[in-house]
Structures are given as C-alpha cells and as structure tokens.
Design a protein around this ligand. Sequence first.
Ligand SMILES: Nc1ncnc2c1ncn2[C@@H]1O[C@H](COP(=O)(O)OP(=O)(O)OP(=O)(O)O)[C@@H](O)[C@H]1O
Ligand SMILES: [Mg+2]
Length: 329
Amino acid sequence: MAEPRSPDVFARARFRLALLFAGIVVILVVVSGFITYLNVRSDLQTAARGAFSSGETEQEFVTRSLSSFRWRLLAVDGAIILAVGIGGLLYARSTLRPIRDNVAAQKRFIADASHELRTPLTIMKTDFEVAMRAPGFAEEARSVLRSGLEEVDRMTGMVEDLLTLSRIDAHQEQLVDERFDLAGLARQTAQKLAGLAAESGVTVQADAADSAPAAGDERHTRRALVNVLKNALEHSPPGGTVEVRAAVAGGVSSVTVTDHGEGIPPGEVEHIFDRFYRADLSRSQERGGSGLGLAIARWALRRMGGDLVAESTVGSGTRMTLTLPTPRS
Ligand SMILES: Nc1ncnc2c1ncn2[C@@H]1O[C@H](COP(=O)(O)OP(=O)(O)OP(=O)(O)O)[C@@H](O)[C@H]1O
Ligand SMILES: [Mg+2]
C-alpha cells in the first residue's frame, strides 16, 4: 500500500510538469529544425551537383524540391508530435501518480475512519437513551443528556454521509429502481419535519397534489428531500413559510421546495452542490452541517435519470427543484 506523501508532492509535480512542457517545446524546435536543415542541405547538394541541368529547368527543380520537402517535413513533424504526445502522456502519468496515491489514501482514510466511528456512536446513542429513561435524574441532567443525544444523532448523520461518499467513489453505492409516489413522499417528509419547523417558527405548506408517480430509489429520494427541506427551514427567517409543491408534466415528476430566506449569490448557486461546500461557514458549523447533503442528493437523482437544481435571488429566497422520471408503463 502506498504511503501518504507530504504536500511537497505538489511542488515536485509542478516542477516535473513544467519540465515536461519545456522539454516538448525544445524537442519540437530542435528536432524539426535539424530535419529541416538536413533536407535543405541535401537539396542544395543535389543542386550543386547539377541535378537540374539534365533536362530539368531551374524552376522545375525548385518546384519539385519544395513539394518533396513539404511532404517530408509534414511526415517528420507528424512523427515527432506523435512520439512527443505519447511520451508526454506517459511522463505526465508517472508525475501525477504520487498525487493520485495521495488522494486515494485520503479517501481510504475517510472510509475507514467513518466506519470506525459508527460503533462508538451507536453505543453512545444507546447509553444516552437508556440514561434518559432511568428514573431519578434531575431535569438539568436530562437536558444535558437530550442535548448529548442530539449531537450524537448529528454526528451519526455526518458519518453516514461520509460513508455514502466513500461508497460512491468506490462505485459501491447501489441504487434500486422502484416505483413510488413522489408527491406522497414529499408530504410525508414535510410532516416528519413539522416539529423541526415549529421549533424555528417556520410553517411548511405542503400542497395536496394527488400523486406524482416516479421511478427511482425511494430511500435516496427521501434523503434528498429531507436535506432540501432542512436547508430551506434553516435558511428561513422565524415566522417565514416554506412551500412544498409536487407536479407531473411531460414524463417528469417534480417537487419544488421554496423558501423566503436570504438567498444565495449568483456565483455561488452551482457551488452549493460541491462536496463540503458551505456558503455561510459560521452558521453551518454552528448547526453541524458538513456540506455533503446536496452533493449526495444531486449525485443520486442524476443516477436515477432525474436532477436537482437551484434557483435563488438574494434577499427573496431559494427554490430547489427535484425531478425524477415517471415510470414507463
Ligand atoms: N435554501 C437555501 N438557502 C440558502 N443557502 C442554502 C440553501 N440550501 C443550501 N444552501 C447553502 O448550500 C450549502 C450546502 O448545502 P448542503 O445541504 O449540501 O450542506 P449543509 O446543509 O451545510 O450540510 P449537510 O451535509 O448537513 O446537509 C449550505 O451550507 C448553504 O450554505
Ligand atoms: Mg443540508
């Protein structure tokens, strides 16, 4: 197993790639210049020997020489470019290998660490729950236990996200193809988060659209909806509303989640789908977000043939649209 390298691996790679670039230019200039020189010399020598005096005019000799020279030059240049291209590719691959090993080692570490963290977190959760049920604890102690339990749940969510990410990278995350009602799932999710919404004084208005038949992985879709809805709640001002609407049109079922929060600046809208991206770092850290929710949600929806897109206006709010194909009958 390759050892993780120190960060100077980047400096070394930069130096080697710069060297490669300079080397390619030097080879192209020197070799093609030398070949040109050889060709011109040979033609001049031929001319000096009076080759064109035997029935060929000077003009005919020049035209013939130039034409043959052009083809030779093209063939030689083509061969040099091919050789330099293949050589460059091999060299660049060996130059980038330490970086690739580094990234692989980091991914392995994330996968292993998340895996290792799972068991202690489960034990802590059980211990907190047992302690909460035990009689004789003062209310202050219970409140400490409750807050500890919330933190454990939050950490469990983050560890699960990291594990999912590792499985995605290792091409091990499996999606199932099911038929389900997207509108119903959106309603259920909204109901499940009603308590959380009430805590922050936000009202969720889920429309009663009958149904929106969808094909895809229900568990991943639920997870995406929970994340999008939680984000909307977290970014809504107290007393605000979040609207959840479902629709079916043209072979596509969709759910839109609209909030009236602070919105996202235009240059940042696409970045919210990047891994570990958190626009408002301090706020996100405070509530323990890892910035993985939307990256995983978009990956899953796209794998199911759907998508997750954001539209936002600073100062008036954000609308997230989640789409899935309707089942083929
Ligand atoms: N409705 C929204 N309004 C404003 N900003 C948003 C909204 N939804 C997402 N964002 C921004 O996008 C970032 C990424 O969201 P994402 O759900 O991926 O991560 P997170 O909520 O920070 O953490 P978690 O992994 O726990 O979901 C958020 O940190 C936030 O800055
Ligand atoms: Mg989130």
